[in-house]
Each structure stands twice: as structure tokens, then as C-alpha cells.
Design a binder for this molecule. Structure first.
Ligand code: G1P
Ligand code: ZN
Length: 543
């Protein structure tokens, strides 16, 4: 087998966003596109000679072909070993775990997360570091810089590896180790949670629906929930991963997981519902007749984590992204532990987890996780909820209501305006940014602005700084608006408007969320005029 050096030229736009490089699948399939990005990644991390990498993806269209190319490129670049999930399948949290478990030097995850898949959908590539977490900005910037100067890439002239055969095989001088994608991950979950107690819960007639949305978590959920915990067969819906996710949009939120929502709000709803996204790192949790917002979920998990064996010693701290509601901060304050507010994106949690400053992390975008891996982990969050339900023997509604009466309620919602013209998105941001210095003291929709800024962050562990992370307008009493541009979209600009209002209780804890936030929704339009300027009548997605 010979190593080929293929001449190429830089391809514009290979700049990783909030979570790796995400583009249209057909663009990724175009000549040299994937190869340029992979070679640039290898170069940016100082080469892969002698190194061990983990590789896998969410099974979307082009996942298998891309994996074969990456294997041949890793071999040609001198990698010693690649550990890959059978069929090139690995959920994002399972990949993170395998990197850590095997002491690998890093990993490549093939996914565009919750973005639709298929030939006409999206594809993505993300590099994770030896700690199992997404590459920090310095590394993604180095990868991007390299894509702008690349002149050639190296690839082995070889056929396909047999990715269905578990065990080791050689590709040139490199070992390819094909592993069961589920086994190590399931063992980790079994260590963190009280499986006998959860089994007893199901044995007692507890009913659950898990919607895998035809994406990667199906096999993980079926093994853990049905086989190991004894949930009724059929608990996992849409459990077979499909290259186009069966045409579903695998984003676990009330809009896209509408089948689950309808069931959970219906007359014969099971006790507990959950869904996960394309690559298995997101989760949505629903009780019978009650939706749990991700911000609230993080707070409830923080308040109750000690009920699960893996967290019995208590939490070191809780971290949340800036746009996530402050509900978790209130729990941290009560527990006497640190809380952190980071920019959007899981990569900002890594240093806090590595340094032992935070145990739980979460984002309003249906991401929750802990220091067991360095990615958010959808199924983990669902299992922690199940463990808590098994211990407390209360319904989800009872747990939520008790939480709000103990801590008050942070009403919260995110309004997304998708696929706006890119210049309009930028102009809305620029105009509001320009107004920020004049806002404090002004009264908008009856609320006095206390502070207004463009969020910037200095990592307390490594001192790295990130500016321009979202515009914040905070009103007296803690209500706030946040506006930022999405860094994961592949079409035009997506504006995300985050709305939050705190009600201490005991009155007013059971309002309709959008009604409770109505003054903030009006204030946002007064300040940023997204509807007026875009001609849209409202957001495309409300979560
Ligand atoms: C979105 C979410 C963010 C999450 C990211 C990756 O990024 O808002 O919280 O970390 O996806 O799952 P955005 O499109 O807002 O940049
Ligand atoms: Zn995801």
C-alpha cells in the first residue's frame, strides 16, 4: 500500500463554528473538501504520527464514506491506531468517553448534531482533544489557518477497512480497532447510577417513552433502558438510526419532537418522556402533562444529583452558558458551591471540568452533562432524572413544583429567527450593540434597564479571553434579554433571542411561560425590531 500525496488548494470557508465545521453534505462530498479539512486538523495538532485517535459519527449520510477516507488519511499520516465504533457509529458522549478510557490523543466526530441529515442535509466534522472535549478556540483557529494555506494532503492507496468486524485489523501500518459503540458507555452509566433501583421502578409499572428520532441514541437507549433496566419493549421509539434520520429533524425540543410532546400531553401519557438529538448529546425531558425547560432541568439535576451513586459526594460547582437561565445559580448558592457563567458552546466547560471546579454543566439548548465525559450527554441526563425519580418516588410535576416553591421560578424561553439574510442578522446585532451604552437607566415597556453589555469571558483556569459572546440587557429585578447570532447554522443568519424573568413566589409560579415573558418579548421588539426589520410575524422556533 502506498502513501499518496495529493496536491490541493485552500478552500474558503473551512472555519469551525460553535461546534466543529458544519456544512451542506454535498459540499463536504465535493472534491478535496473533507480531505483538506482533515489534513489541516492533523497539521494543526502537530501531526498524528504515532498517535491514537478515536473515530465515529452519528450515522448520517456520508458518515461511512467519510470514516473510510479519514482512516486512510490517518494511516498515511503515520497514526499508530484508530479506535472506531462498529459501522463508524459513535454518539458524541460515547466518543468522548472512549478517548478518555483509552488515553487516546484525540478524536474525530462526524456529525452535524441536530441539523437534518441526508444528501440534502448537513454534515459536520469536529475534533476533540485528549481530555475528550471539543477543541478549544486556539486549536480551531489553528485548524482554520491551516485550511487557508494547505497545498497537499496524504492518503493511503488502500481499500475499505471492514468496519462491521469487531476487533483489530491493520490498514497499512496502522491498527484499526473496531469496538461495540454501546458497551463501554453503558458500563460507565451503570457505574454512575443506581441500576437496581431504576430496574425496580420499571418493574413497579413505571412507563416511559424515549424518542431517539431515528438518530444515534437508538441502540444506546434500547440497550440501557429496555435490556438493562427492564423498561417495556417499545419504550424506545424511532430507535433505528437512519442516514437521513427518517426525514426527521433530530432536535429534541417541543417543536421537532412533537410526536413525543403530543403523547406526553395526551390522556394516556406515560410517566416520563425524553428525546435525544442526532449525535446523542442533547436531551429533552417531559413529565406527564409538563414540559421541563433545559435550564430548569439543569437546576433540578444540580439540586438532586446527590441521590445518584456517582454524585453522592456532592458537586464541586455548576456551570452554565450565559444565555441559560440563572435557575442553576440559585441551587449552587443554596448548596454553597461555585457557579460559573461561560460563553455558548460546550468547549468552554472543559477547563472547569478538568480543573475540578465544576461537576455539572448545562446549556439552555437542551445540553446537560457532567465530569464523567467532556461533552454534553443526552442519555446521561435522562438516566440521572430516572435515578432521581426512582429515589424520590414523586412525579415530574411534583418535583418541578417543589423546586419552584423552594427556589422561585426563572421563566425562560428562546425565540429563534432562522435563515435570515446574513447582512440583516449582522445589522440587527450591530445596531443593538451600538445602543447598549445608552440603555442603563432607560425604561423599556415599564422595566428599567440596569446593565447592558456585549458578553465577554475570561476563562478562570487558563486565562483565555473570548469577546463578542452575546448582547445582554438586564432589567431591574433580574429579568433579561440576550441576543446572539447562531454559530452552527448553515443557511444565512439565525438570530437567537433569549428571554428570562424571575418570579420568587409563592404567587405566580404556574403562569403560562410566553405570557409571563410578554413584557420582555415586547421590550425585545422595541430594542431590536427583529420582526419589523425582517418582515417576519414571529420566531420560527420557540423553545
Ligand atoms: C447551538 C446552541 C449551543 C450549543 C451548540 C452545539 O449553538 O445554542 O448552546 O452548544 O448549538 O450544540 P449556536 O447555533 O447557538 O451557536
Ligand atoms: Zn448534538
Amino acid at each position: 500500500m502506498e502513501t499518496l500525496t495529493v496536491e490541493t488548494r485552500p478552500i474558503a470557508g473551512q472555519k469551525p463554528g460553535t461546534s466543529g465545521l458544519r456544512k451542506k453534505t454535498t459540499l463536504f462530498m465535493s472534491r478535496h473538501y473533507l480531505e483538506n479539512f482533515i489534513q489541516s486538523t492533523f497539521d494543526a495538532i502537530g501531526g498524528v504520527a504515532g498517535k491514537c485517535l478515536v473515530l465515529g459519527g452519528d450515522g448520517r449520510y456520508f458518515n461511512d464514506r467519510a470514516a473510510q477516507v479519514i482512516l486512510r488519511m490517518a494511516a498515511a499520516n503515520g497514526a499508530a491506531r484508530v479506535i472506531i465504533g462498529q459501522g463508524a457509529i459513535l454518539s458524541t458522549p460515547a466518543a468522548s468517553h472512549l478517548i478518555r478510557l483509552n488515553g487516546a490523543d484525540g478524536g474525530i466526530i462526524l456529525s452535524a448534531s441536530h441539523n437534518p441529515g441526508g444528501r440534502d442535509g448537513d454534515f459536520g466534522v469536529k475534533f476533540n482533544m485528549a481530555n475528550g472535549g471539543p477543541a478549544p478556540e486556539a486549536v480551531t483557529a489553528a485548524i482554520h489557518a491551516r485550511t487557508e494555506e494547505i497545498t497537499s494532503y496524504r492518503i493511503l492507496g488502500a481499500g475499505d477497512a471492514d468496519l462491521m468486524r469487531i476487533g483489530p485489523q491493520m490498514l497499512g501500518k496502522m491498527e484499526v480497532l473496531v469496538v461495540d459503540p454501546v458497551a463501554d458507555y453503558a458500563a460507565l452509566m451503570e457505574r454512575l447510577f443506581d441500576f437496581p433501583k431504576m430496574r425496580a421502578l420499571f418493574a413497579g409499572g413505571f412507563r416511559m417513552r424515549f424518542d431517539a428520532m431515528c438518530a444515534v441514541t437508538g441502540p444506546y437507549a434500547a440497550e440501557i433502558l429496555e435490556n438493562r433496566l427492564g423498561a417495556a419493549p417499545g419504550t424506545v421509539a424511532h430507535g433505528a438510526p437512519l442516514p437521513d434520520f427518517g426525514g426527521m429533524h433530530p432536535d429534541p425540543n417541543p417543536t421537532w419532537a412533537h410526536e413525543l410532546m403530543a403523547e406526553m400531553m395526551g390522556p394516556s401519557a406515560p410517566d416520563f418522556g425524553a428525546a435525544s438529538d442526532g449525535d446523542g448529546d442533547r436531551n429533552m425531558v417531559v413529565g406527564r402533562g409538563i414540559y421541563v425547560s433545559p435550564s430548569d432541568s439543569l437546576a433540578v439535576l444540580a439540586a438532586n444529583a446527590h441521590l445518584a451513586p456517582g454524585y453522592r459526594a456532592g458537586l464541586k460547582g455548576v456551570a452554565r452558558s450565559m444565555p441559560t437561565s440563572a435557575a442553576a445559580d440559585r441551587v449552587a448558592a443554596r448548596l454553597g458551591i461555585a457557579s460559573y457563567e461561560t460563553p455558548t458552546g460546550w468547549k468552554f466547560f472543559g477547563t472547569l471540568l478538568d480543573a475540578g471546579r465544576a461537576t455539572l454543566c448545562g446549556e439552555e439548548s437542551f445540553g446537560t452533562g457532567s465530569d464523567h465525559v467532556r461533552e454534553k450527554d443526552g442519555l446521561w441526563a435522562v438516566l440521572l432524572w430516572l435515578n432521581i425519580l426512582a429515589e424520590r418516588k414523586e412525579t415530574v410535576r411534583e418535583i418541578m413544583e417543589a423546586h419552584w416553591s423552594a427556589f422561585g421560578r426563572n421563566y425562560y424561553s428562546r425565540h429563534d429567527y432562522e435563515a435570515l439574510p446574513a447582512d440583516l442578522g449582522a445589522a440587527v446585532m450591530d445596531d443593538l450593540r451600538a445602543r447598549l451604552p445608552g440603555l442603563p437607566g432607560q425604561v423599556v415597556e415599564g422595566m428599567r434597564v440596569e446593565t447592558a453589555d456585549d458578553f465577554s469571558y475570561v476563562d478562570p483556569v487558563d486565562g483565555s479571553a473570548s469577546a463578542g459572546q452575546g448582547l445582554r440587557v438586564v432589567f431591574a429585578g433580574g429579568s433579561r434579554l440576550v441576543l446572539r447570532l447562531s454559530g452552527t447554522g448553515t443557511e444565512g443568519a439565525t438570530l437567537r433571542l433569549y428571554l428570562e424573568r424571575y418570579v420568587a413566589g409563592p404567587e405566580g409560579l404556574d403562569q403560562d411561560v410566553q405570557e409571563a415573558l410578554a413584557p420582555l418579548i415586547r421590550a425585545a421588539e422595541t430594542l431590536a425590531a427583529i420582526r419589523a426589520r425582517s418582515g417576519r410575524t414571529g420566531p420560527d422556533v420557540i423553545t
